[in-house]
Write a protein that binds this ligand. Structure first.
Ligand code: NDP
Length: 283
């Protein structure tokens, strides 16, 4: 409890303290952004464009990417390119990084955000789906980061990894998705240690998001949870600020940090409390 109270005080101090985020630092920054055709990724593309970044966008749907590119240009992006790619294919990550480096002449930010189709339902035994989702949500992140590390290191760049509360606290209806997000925390938090130990100047920012009002998330959770979704443009901005400030973890909404703290400190009734947010009928 003492630790939690200290955490709340620290959170409030951080909230009211002068924010060191400098939007000008993103003018001309070279960004490769995945999952950029919809949802939070699309909103990140528009923020980066307003800040005057040079961007490479990727996702599977070419027509939708073209529309996002057009809007980015009207918002002030210095340079915007796109490359359609399906991250379930193991050869795509390296191709996408090569394309971005060739178009932008290097990278300052790699923002890993895409996810494969998510089923919000109880485990029904589909092991093949879990394997596929691991490829899209986890192995492709590892491959993209590995291919981009040399250029990020050269430019003292940043790796930004979008995760979820369910990558810190296991929640119902998300078995495979939760596993992919826990895997991201394990891999990228370990990698962060190693980069620091080797004095390689690449920051790693892990972003822990609560429910956000993207079309897919609202559709998946409709009628199944008693939770209010937060706005995608705000979530997108929180991720970008965290990456630019080179912080280790971003929590959005901010109070999720205290939810994680309470989760660790009160093992007693926590499962029952968590389950009360879900709409389900027991047999
Ligand atoms: P969306 O479903 O809205 O967007 C997903 C993006 O990934 C789209 O651009 C989609 O484009 C792309 N994508 C889907 N499949 C593939 C694939 N096989 N290969 C390459 N790209 C693909 O997701 P959100 O915006 O809701 O989520 C963004 C991030 O935020 C994710 O990492 C998610 O885990 C995290 N998050 C979201 C929450 C929420 O409530 N929304 C809560 C917690 C975390 P296309 O179809 O064109 O390929």
């Amino acid at each position: 409890k003492v630790l939690c109270a200290a955490g709340v005080v620290a959170g409030l101090l951080a909230f009211f303290w002068k924010d060191p985020f400098n939007p000008e630092s993103l003018s001309g920054a070279r960004v490769l952004l995945t999952g950029a055709s919809a949802g939070i990724g699309e909103q990140m593309a528009y923020h980066y464009a307003r800040f005057g970044a040079e961007i490479v966008l990727t996702a599977r749907r070419e027509g939708v990417l073209q529309k996002v590119v057009e809007k980015c240009l009207t918002l002030g992006a210095k340079n915007v390119f796109y490359i359609p790619a399906d991250m379930s294919s193991p050869s795509e990550p390296e191709k996408v990084v090569q394309f971005a480096v060739q178009k932008l002449g290097g990278l300052d930010y790699l923002v890993l955000n895409h996810i494969g189709m998510t089923r919000f339902q109880m485990w029904a035994g589909d092991v093949e789906y879990t394997r596929w989702l691991m490829q899209v949500n986890f192995f492709s992140y590892v491959a993209l980061a590995t291919a981009a590390l040399p250029t990020l290191e050269k430019n003292k760049g940043s790796l930004v990894v979008v995760s979820s509360l369910t990558g810190k606290i296991p929640t119902p209806f998300t078995t495979s998705y939760s596993a992919t997000k826990f895997a991201l925390d394990g891999f990228f938090s370990s990698l962060r240690h190693e980069l620091i130990m080797q004095k390689r100047n690449v920051s790693v920012t892990l972003c822990i998001l609560g429910l956000i009002d993207t079309d897919t998330a609202l559709e998946n959770t409709r009628g199944k949870v008693h939770l209010t979704a937060s706005p995608a443009p705000e979530a997108a901005l929180a991720i970008i600020r965290g990456g630019a400030r080179r912080v280790q973890e971003v929590f959005y909404p901010w109070w999720l940090q205290h939810v994680c703290c309470l989760w660790v400190l009160s093992p007693g009734d926590r499962d029952q409390v968590l389950q009360s947010y879900y709409n389900y009928s027991s047999p």
